[in-house]
Design a binder for this molecule. Structure first.
Ligand SMILES: *[C@@H]1O[C@H](CO)[C@@H](O)[C@H](O)[C@H]1NC(C)=O
Ligand SMILES: *[C@@H]1O[C@H](CO)[C@@H](O)[C@H](O)[C@H]1NC(C)=O
Ligand SMILES: *[C@@H]1O[C@H](CO)[C@@H](O)[C@H](O)[C@H]1NC(C)=O
Ligand SMILES: [Zn+2]
Length: 981
């Protein structure tokens, strides 16, 4: 170390210690405010996207600044240097993916400096997740996971002072109730964000309703969260961007001829007075920062110091303004102490409209294959985590692999990742990282399966392209193959498995050597025609598997008639042969009719009800839609195809399929399986044609005669359902005359449904999509978009994905469930769970091994039906993280109990403790702000708090089994850490 640097560090350290008073973090470290003044909370922050115009690494290193200026490593370093210089200064650090990269590169000396700053509340972690996640397209499981990852990093490195208490979701394009529910379950005190429908915001500014109490769950009444909208986005006030990359004037003081202190302070206070007029308390928060700001933090802090100095100086001449360096947590603490009431909020903040012609509803569907790939990443992550625990894998076989996939999954939740609002090169980089992460997780899974099955040398290969019937391993080894199926859900499941194979005779047997019915089904012509497929497999072998946690099925080639025969087309209708009449396709539980003339599905009969449901595809021809916005040019530019569909029916014993071709770029297979009460629509869309001036956005439509009266139900992040009324919002009137459809689009991440007094129709999807019901009885989901213009919201690129040298072709599945309206919707929940985490198939050559597994697996079948194993994963070297969820809501389910002693014993548990949802805070220590709701009686004289609504479970192995009973209310999730021997 050279002497100058040493001296520098020495001085810095002296500065730090000299200014140190008694170390306190949290609310006690907040600066004093003045009760009879307007207190301005200056909140320095940097908004650092985890990939957007550049990749994550490019933003971290400040590489390729020609694309977009941003270098997070410099931001954090210079902020730390500046914080050290003045103990009054504050800064919040939000994105843990960037912070952890930076942390890994620091010396012990620097780390100690940062720890001090954290311990003194000067450098505060806020939000604390790996990324600032999107709220429309994400699934709650992945949100919880990415917060768990960030908060664990903080706990490991900083302990209690590192724990955030505030949700900071300032950039996402609309806000979900489930996100608020998750924050409440972490024990957070409140959340802040910046984007809201402009009419809603105008109304709230007038009504002093910028801050509210969000009722975040219809099932769990104590999940209420203080929620605040920042006054002016998350940037600094106009004219006060002191960043090195901004052009605003510095504050010039002293003897300078250019001294501008008076006018600058006048301007700032005039802004502050406007803000103060829109909030209830005598505290206001003024954000100071923006995208990738603070790269040379001296500029920012030097000028903010002057703001503080000169504003407070005016108090001696009667000014009523007091300004302090602050953080969202310190601001909220002051608001909490103020003892005021706030209005309620019960629905959510979708869709987000920034003006009457700009509804941010395109991103619900942008980059559809990336949205699906993200779901695959979650699927294998859950599989690999559970398997690592069951096999008790040593750290070297799971830690690095799991952490890599956990991190990239955290990155994928970011509001420019799963949203599809990043540049193409960035999307490719996300794919690369995901692919790496998935490979690692399959390697870890294979290590575990070698211990948990009778195949100690099994390959346990996986195939990611089963969606195009491509798997070289099954095709080449189907003569003698073992299929190992892993069920990530708690309860035994029966699912159909499909394997790409050659046109041969195969026999499938189970673990006990019993023959399992199977049949060969032809792959659709549209798949066979895909030029980029690397195999030419034309058949899939289908069989039904029953799996508790793990099951092996054996496939081998046989001669003779007893084996599977390809099922043959029984009917084929194309252009010339059209006649009136209908074609019936049915299993023992579902009956479909196809209209011979149009080729479209016409009626559905199942679950004891029958309904006319015409299913088709529609196209929006749009002019200036973009990655963020769905924007129609004029409303006539939407056509639903009403005929001309060629179809072929294949009837097997296990499965019936209708292969339909709608156009050169839209086709599907309607599929019904014996004994399965859902109808599968296996769609393929692309290459979408494009005109010079118009893009096309393709939707799948289901048109029934159900009298839904403008009401549709959509899920929030895969959990609770929200009732939507067409053209209506909670508490304000939206402006829909220019964009009536885009303004009625909602994010659908698992389910959309409508009903009347008799029947209910639900459509379940396999990835996030935008959807709506524009006519009673009709549901649509947007599947794929190909556009011609950028919508000027930042990405700076046209959404026009190409792959393999042609416009992107996308495939996916939606499922239809028709049922009586008075029945519980719990069956839909069940299907949603199964589509979210289906069986994962691993493949090995059958080497004839018969050794018994090195370790057995527990069964979860005695859990109540509605209880789901939400998480089971390695946490610390001697601890696992367990989450149990009652996934039925208050209309569907009831309070259930189960005893987890058997699981605890299986895990060799010595101790178990209950934590907040993220796994990092003992639930017994949870104490979060409670705010008074307007219209709910007198205000308490002292600040109020929520604590755990039940007695947290805490036990050790010496205790009675009865101490291990877990009770779960509808929708409740409980989180435990099990310490094992
Ligand atoms: C139309 O449907 C009827 C009833 O299923 C069937 O018998 C007939 O063969 C179909 N006609 C044509 C031309 O496909
Ligand atoms: C098939 O699935 C993989 C993995 O999710 C995905 O990357 C790919 O885009 C999908 N292919 C199509 C045609 O949708
Ligand atoms: C807000 O919700 C509370 C329940 O938390 C209720 O008591 C109160 O009446 C509601 N306020 C209004 C104005 O509806
Ligand atoms: Zn952002």
């Amino acid at each position: 170390m050279d002497i100058l640097r040493f001296l520098g560090i020495f001085l810095v350290l002296c500065g730090l210690y000299a200014t140190q008073t008694e170390a306190v973090c949290g609310y006690e470290s907040c600066h004093e405010t003045k009760p009879n003044m307007i207190n301005i909370h200056l909140v320095p922050h940097s908004h650092d996207d985890v990939g957007w115009q550049k990749t994550v690494d490019q933003y971290f290193y400040g590489h390729r600044n020609n694309i977009h200026h941003g270098g997070v490593q410099y931001i954090i370093s210079t902020v730390i240097e500046e914080l050290v210089k003045n103990p009054d200064r504050r800064f919040i650090q939000v994105e843990m993916s960037f912070f952890s990269m930076w942390w890994a590169q620091q010396s012990e000396v620097t780390k100690n400096i940062v720890k001090k700053l954290v311990d003194e509340g000067r450098f505060q972690f806020t939000n604390g997740a790996w990324s600032m996640n999107d709220e429309a397209n994400v699934n709650y499981q992945s949100v919880i996971d990415q917060f768990t990852l960030g908060l664990k990093f903080l706990d490991d490195n900083f302990g209690a002072c590192g724990r955030p208490t505030i949700g900071w979701q300032v950039d996402p394009f609309g806000h979900s109730r489930e996100q608020a529910s998750i924050f409440a379950q972490f024990g957070y005190d409140g959340e802040f964000f910046s984007r809201m429908d402009h009419n809603d915001k105008d109304r709230r500014l007038r009504d002093l309703a910028m801050e509210m109490i969000w009722h975040a769950s219809e099932s769990l009444s104590d999940l209420k969260l203080f929620t605040g909208l920042t006054y002016r986005h998350y940037s600094s006030p106009d004219g006060f961007c002191f960043d090195v990359n901004c052009g605003d004037d510095p504050i010039v003081d002293g003897q300078s001829y250019d001294n501008n202190v008076k006018s600058r302070i006048d301007d700032f206070l005039s802004y502050a007075s406007t803000v103060a007029g829109a909030f209830r308390s005598n505290h206001i928060m003024i954000t100071m920062g923006g995208d990738f700001q603070y790269e040379d933090a001296a500029h920012n802090f030097k000028n903010m110091d002057k703001l503080v100095k000169y504003i407070n100086e005016r108090q001696s001449s009667g000014s009523q303004y007091n300004i302090v360096y602050s953080t969202p947590a310190c601001y909220l603490n002051a608001v909490h102490k103020s003892g005021l009431s706030f209005p309620n909020k019960t629905l959510d903040f979708f869709p987000f409209a920034s003006d009457s012609n700009s509804f941010w509803t395109g991103y619900f569907s942008s980059r559809t294959t990336q949205k699906r790939f993200e779901r695959v990443g979650n699927h294998i992550l859950q599989v690999a985590k559970e398997l690592s625990v069951f096999a008790n894998l040593p750290a070297e076989q799971q830690k690095v692999n799991l952490n890599r996939l956990r991190s990239i999954m955290g990155v994928m939740q970011h509001h420019d990742a799963i949203t599809g609002t990043e540049k193409q090169a960035v999307s490719n980089d996300y794919d690369r990282l995901m692919y790496d992460g998935i490979l690692g997780a399959t390697e870890t899974s294979a290590f575990a399966l070698q211990k948990l099955t009778n195949l100690p040398n099994g390959e346990f290969q996986t195939c990611l392209n089963l969606n195009i019937s491509e798997c070289a391993f099954t095709k080449d080894n189907a003569d003698n193959l073992v299929v190992t199926l892993y069920n990530p859900l708690a309860h035994t499941t029966k699912q159909y498995v499909r394997l790409p194979v050659k046109n041969e005779n195969y026999q499938v047997t189970d673990d006990k050597g019993r023959v399992v019915a199977s049949e060969l089904v032809p792959v659709s012509q549209q798949i066979i025609d895909l030029e980029f497929r690397e195999t030419d497999t034309q058949y899939e072998l289908v069989f039904k598997a029953t799996v508790d946690k793990i099951a092996n099925y054996y496939v081998k080639k046989v001669e003779g008639q007893s084996a599977a025969q390809p099922i043959k087309a029984v009917k084929s209708v194309s252009g010339e042969t059209r006649e009136d009449g209908e074609t019936v396709v049915q299993t023992s539980t579902i009956k479909l009719t196809i209209d011979n003339k149009s080729g479209l599905l016409k009626t559905v009969e199942m679950n004891g009800v029958s309904e006319n449901i015409v299913q088709s595809y529609g196209v929006y021809r749009t002019w200036d839609s973009g990655a963020y916005l769905f924007r129609q040019y004029h409303q006539g530019d939407f056509v639903i195809q009403d005929g001309d569909v060629e179809f072929t029916v294949y009837e097997g014993d296990l499965v019936k399929e209708v292969h339909q071709k709608f156009s050169d770029y839209v086709s599907q297979v309607i599929r019904i399986y014996e004994d399965r009460e859902t109808i599968e629509f296996d769609w393929q869309v692309g290459p979408i044609p494009r005109e010079t001036d118009f893009g096309n956005e393709v939707v799948i439509t289901f048109t029934s005669e159900i009298e839904s009266e403008g009401v549709v139900f959509t899920d929030a992040n895969g959990r609770e359902m929200i009732r939507r009324e067409k053209d209506k919002r909670e508490g304000f009137t939206p402006e829909l005359d220019r964009q009536p459809t885009a303004g009625n689009y909602y994010p659908i991440t698992s389910r959309i449904a409508l009903q009347d007094s008799k029947k209910r129709m639900a459509v379940l999807n396999d990835r996030a999509q935008g959807g709506t019901s524009m006519q009673d009885g009709q549901i649509e989901l947007m599947l794929h978009r190909r556009l011609v213009r950028d919508d000027n919201k930042g990405v700076g690129e046209v959404l026009n994905e190409e792959k393999y040298g042609q416009p992107l072709i996308a495939r996916g599945k939606v499922h239809l469930v028709l049922s009586p309206a008075d029945e519980s919707t719990s069956a839909e929940r069940h299907w949603v769970k199964e589509h979210h985490l289906p069986l994962w198939a691993f493949f090995s050559k059958n080497a004839g091994s018969t050794s018994s597994p090195a370790k057995s697996l527990p069964s979860f079948d005695d859990f109540p039906n509605s209880v789901h194993l939400l998480t089971l994963e390695p946490f610390n070297d001697d601890e696992v993280l367990l989450r149990l969820e009652n996934y039925l809501d208050h209309t569907e389910g009831k309070v259930v109990s189960l005893n987890i002693r058997p699981l605890f014993d299986y895990l060799n548990g010595v101790e178990i403790r209950e934590t907040t949802l993220d796994g990092n805070l003992p639930l017994s220590q949870m104490k979060r702000f409670k705010f008074h709701a307007e219209g709910s009686g007198p205000i308490a004289s002292e600040p109020e708090y929520y604590t755990a609504s039940h007695t947290p479970l805490a036990a050790d192995y010496s205790q009675e089994a009865s101490d291990f009973v877990v009770t779960l209310k509808p929708m409740q999730i409980r989180t435990f850490i099990v310490k094992f021997k």
